[in-house]
Write a protein that binds this ligand. Structure first.
Ligand SMILES: Cc1cc2nc3c(=O)[nH]c(=O)nc-3n(C[C@H](O)[C@H](O)[C@H](O)COP(=O)(O)O)c2cc1C
Length: 321
């Protein structure tokens, strides 16, 4: 129970207990156990580690992240220490958060379908509560040329391979850079996904007109932060109509009101990334407190009371007579 009487922020995500539905998104402070501990102790319901690959990756040369208008543009290129090191980071995170009920989500990435299965198997030895499968990074190469999240067949192939490689519940993270995200959502549900995370970053570019060249070394990157919130809300809304597995809504959430909006679109939990850059490690706890205040003010007792509420048919106009 939160301190707001009558409000219960806890959620059950694929059988995993979360003290509240606010989750640290992958790639944001999930690079080190000490940082994940601070975000957890700052009031997060769960923390997601940086996506890891079979081998260490250096990522792209700088500049890799720029502040742009109401958000960020990044092409980090999935710099990570590799899955063996990540197993140790997750174990250390578990030790540090052992006296809390903050859940731990391990995120994986690979360039091939078989690679996803191998990384999933290795990372599972660290026993994260949930495994997130990043098939949607727009800034790296893949065996089919485009991210696996670009087509239902490739998204489903990765999902099936990962499900066969682990007993841990699997979240598949989708891309907004597709014609119809609902088709991809249905394909990964049919392939056995336990949950969906939507969305990863939105592809974009910023050009320095003095230098007459793109600002990022990778030229294009992914937009995150408040700029993409309506895209994320719409994506969650569409996925909710297409699947019955839970959805983690990610993209531009920086307040309790944003999180509630995502939940009313159909999310069972909410991911927060960019907002941490300006709000610090306590951002997620602050968002959870603001959610509890809203719920108390509006008479919602549980998070599940609000999931998908925006899908109700429009109220009929009452007869003025
Ligand atoms: C610098 C940076 C690094 C990221 N790295 C990852 C990553 O490793 N794996 C992943 O699944 N998503 C990654 N993301 C995407 C975020 O998890 C999230 O989906 C996206 O930023 C939208 O949420 P936000 O608007 O709250 O930041 C990254 C985003 C940023 C800004």
């Amino acid at each position: 129970m939160s301190s707001h009487s009558g409000v219960d922020l806890t959620v059950d995500l694929c059988g995993v207990h979360l003290p509240n539905p606010v989750i640290l998104a992958s790639g944001i402070l999930g690079t080190e156990a000490a940082l994940m501990e601070r975000v957890g102790r700052g009031g997060a319901g769960a923390v997601t580690s940086k996506s890891c690959s079979s081998q260490p990756r250096a990522g792209h040369p700088n500049p890799t992240v720029i502040k742009w208008g109401p958000g960020f543009l990044n092409a980090v290129g999935l710099a990570n220490p590799g899955v063996e090191a990540q197993v140790e980071i997750l174990r250390e995170t578990r030790r540090r958060l052992a006296d809390t009920d903050v859940a731990i989500i391990g995120s994986i990435f690979a360039e091939t379908v078989d690679g996803f299965a191998r990384v999933a198997e290795t990372l599972s030895s660290a026993e994260p509560d949930l495994l997130e499968v990043n098939i949607s990074c727009p800034n790296v190469a893949h065996e089919f040329g485009a991210p696996f999240a670009s087509a239902p067949e490739t998204a489903a192939a990765v999902t099936r391979a990962v499900k066969a490689a682990t007993d841990i519940p699997v979240i598949v993270k989708l891309s907004p850079n597709v014609t119809d995200i609902a088709i991809i959502a249905r394909a990964v549900e049919d392939a056995g996904a336990d949950a969906i995370a939507a969305i990863n970053t939105v592809s974009g570019m910023v050009i320095d007109i003095e230098a007459a060249r793109p600002v990022l070394s990778n030229r294009e990157g992914g937009i995150s932060g408040p700029a993409i919130k309506p895209i994320a809300v719409r994506s969650v809304y569409r996925c909710y109509e297409a699947v019955s597995i839970p959805i983690i809504g990610i993209g531009g959430v920086s307040s309790g009101a944003d999180a509630i909006e995502m939940i009313m679109a159909g999310a069972s939990a909410v991911g927060v990334g960019s907002a941490v850059f300006w709000g610090g490690v306590g951002t997620l706890g602050q968002i959870a407190r603001e959610m509890a205040e809203f719920m108390a003010d509006h008479g919602y007792e549980r998070v599940s009371d609000m999931v998908g509420l925006a899908h109700r048919p429009p109220a009929l106009f009452s007869d003025p007579e």
